[in-house]
Design a protein around this ligand. Structure first.
Ligand SMILES: NC(=O)c1ccc[n+]([C@@H]2O[C@H](COP(=O)([O-])OP(=O)(O)OC[C@H]3O[C@@H](n4cnc5c(N)ncnc54)[C@H](O)[C@@H]3O)[C@@H](O)[C@H]2O)c1
Length: 350
């Protein structure tokens, strides 16, 4: 209705302008003036429905104002496995979003976003998940919980992503144990905030880059080698950040921002190199998420500014990346590689 009105008004206005002027310079406008009341005072929209070829019509009442939601929904942390008989009833499109019988590695899945994405993989049919994390206690707890919730075979490897040698052997052990490797989610990472560039400690700078970018590469390399060797391809998902595309405000964090920009460019480079092996590589760039990474006293005051600068007026929930991760891991995204998907409640729009 709106589009039709817009066009009708545009051509009328074009015709009016043509009278008395040279016809060769006639103009058409496709965008209305925002003050035109006919375009902003629609209170109902006619709707035509077709059911088995039969038409019914209705009218949709239009409300022009509504409350803005600022609530963060409660997080359901319990994963529910996909039942085989349910999978058998899925339409082809829905089935593409599932991962029956696949095997995944998720780094940094001892807690937070990594653990939640591991839960999501378990909910869409993955049969084996290897959690890799540097924190023994967290990793054990996460693996225990995930296997207890879903009944799938979960392994925990306490390994630092910076240790390329150990990573190679760990990935080989995953392949030996499960017989295959299809998915990697590279979520391990750290953040340093409120660090002025002019006084940034050199060792801290190097350490962060070593974990966030070199670590992401070493894990991707070990998994890429296994996927290439198998000849079955795979999907690699790097967790970058919106900080790889914009500079955060107000906290100063040059190293983190640089590390995540590097993760995005690494993603594109690997995607280009490994497409020939059927390996897709994409990244997810979250905005501000409500995880332990951000639950530090020095950031409390700044959180209000982050929320204020986010059009959706909230932090991301710890499970807000789950469906995107499933999509990128699955055949639903089979023609998508080298992409950086920003998921930030609109933060980077402003
Ligand atoms: N929380 C956010 O607002 C946010 C925003 C954008 C991007 N990210 C990114 O998402 C990823 C996950 O963040 P999160 O909020 O869940 O953080 P988190 O701190 O809750 O979890 C990160 C996990 O990574 C593990 N880890 C850290 N260093 C490691 C290493 N060297 N080797 C192996 N494991 C290691 C930690 O033990 C931890 O379990 C990180 O890469 C982070 O940079 C987070």
């Amino acid at each position: 209705m709106l589009a039709r009105n817009t066009l009708r008004l545009a051509s009328r206005s074009g015709a009016r302008r043509a009278i008395g002027a040279t016809p060769l310079s006639r103009s058409f406008f496709s965008s209305p003036k925002s003050t035109d009341p006919a375009l902003i005072q629609e209170h109902s929209v006619p709707v035509s429905s077709y059911n088995q070829g039969l038409r019914t019509s209705d009218e949709l009442k239009v409300e022009h104002t509504g409350p803005v939601t600022t609530a963060v929904h409660d997080i359901e942390t319990r994963a529910v496995p996909l039942k085989k008989d349910v999978h058998a009833t899925l339409t082809p499109t829905l089935a593409k979003f599932t991962l029956p019988g696949k095997v995944a590695i998720v780094t940094g899945a001892g807690r937070g976003l990594g653990f939640n994405m591991a839960q999501a993989l378990a909910e869409v049919g993955v049969r084996g998940i290897a959690i890799m994390d540097v924190q023994q206690e967290l990793g054990d707890k996460a693996a225990h919980e995930l296997s207890a919730q879903t009944g799938i075979d979960v392994r925990f490897y306490r390994v630092d992503v910076r240790d390329g040698h150990a990573m190679g052997q760990t990935v080989q052990d995953v392949v030996d144990h499960y017989g295959q490797l299809d998915i990697l989610i590279n979520a391990a990472g750290i953040a340093d905030s409120n660090m002025k560039a002019e006084t940034y400690d050199h060792e801290k700078f190097r350490r962060l880059l070593d974990i966030n970018i070199t670590g992401s590469f070493l894990v991707a390399q070990a998994c890429g080698q296994a996927m290439i060797k198998s000849g079955r391809g795979g999907s690699i998902i790097n967790i970058a950040s919106m900080s790889g595309s914009v500079v955060n405000y107000p906290q100063e964090q040059s190293c983190y921002n640089a590390s995540k920009a590097a993760v995005i460019q690494l993603t594109k480079s690997l995607a280009a190199e490994w497409a020939r092996y059927g390996i897709r590589v994409n990244s997810i760039s979250p905005g501000y998420m409500d995880t332990a990474l951000n639950r530090v006293p020095t950031l409390e005051g700044q959180k209000r500014i982050w929320i204020d600068h986010t059009p959706q007026k909230r932090l991301g929930c710890v499970d807000d990346l789950n469906n995107l991760a499933v999509y990128l891991a699955s055949d639903g995204s089979s023609f998508m590689t080298g992409n950086n998907c920003i998921i930030d409640g609109g933060y980077t729009l402003w």
